[in-house]
Write a protein that binds this ligand. Sequence first.
Ligand code: BTN
Length: 329
Amino acid sequence: MAETSNSEELVLAFLAEAGDEFVSGEAISGKLGLTRAAVWKHVNALRAAGYRIEAVPARGYRLAEVPDRLTALELRPLLNTHDLGRELHCYEELGSTNDRAKELAEEGAEHGEIVVAEAQTAGRGRRGREWVSPPRKNLYFSVILRPELPPSRAAELTLVASIAVCDAARQAGVDAGIKWPNDLLASGKKLAGILTELATEPDRVHWVVVGVGVNVNSRPEDFPEELRDQATSLLIERRSPAPRALFAAACFTALEEWLDRHAEEGFGVIREAWRERSVTLGREVAVTTEGREIVGVAEDLDAHGALLVRGRAGLERILAGDVTLLRAR
Ligand code: BTN
């Protein structure tokens, strides 16, 4: 793919910021220190790259449509974050964005760098499962974090991410909820998943990679047959496709906001937000953990992110496991 010039990105960012409004060529050239002819040249280059930019005499330019691609050119102008996405590593195809993010983290990547891929050939889910990652349909990204947290608290970040993705899905008009610990469900089916990996020393976290997969525009036939009754997407729920770049930007923005709140206010606020979005609490559940199954009622999320389930043997504290929702009480 052709490299875009910095000025081209600035013109795009300016148009993106104006939203549905027209901006005059004069305003763009004045603000960016470009000649009117240079603005025109960059507008045409953007059009050639797939952007639909309207030009109306006496009114100026308006960004009418962004191409459905996840490159830095689409994403950067949409981001208003301070750390997240300040470095974007965008690929047409990767084995797994988590694997690439781990490599980058080992090479010294900074807090907030994000790896995005249009497709994954070896997308991974929790517990060694596969994450189906067809090209140009969905969102697959991994964020590199270097939190000031003791290793014992690093798992909190997964819950932070689940809240952020839940909020982005709700903003996109989908009534998503969180199944413990961090599955996003809509209509009882899986909409998104999060895979967190980390490198620590006994008293220090080197890096955390939070990998997020969201089914954005997959149709039922895009899922393997055995997943069709368990998986959903924003498109299926909304009955209309979702613009992926906008949705990605909403995820990054929400993630940064919740990470900031976690860093400033601690886990209490996250616990409260998670509870509000939970579809697990109050439900009868079957939990597979450490090779055994516990059936009971999911009563609460404790102060360390563990799930409290009241089963036949009393209250059990689940630190890791797979939850199946049984009937509502
Ligand atoms: C799960 O629910 O099992 C977690 C799924 C996580 C999938 C994402 S897609 C982006 C990142 N790269 C991976 O290989 N996995 C995560």
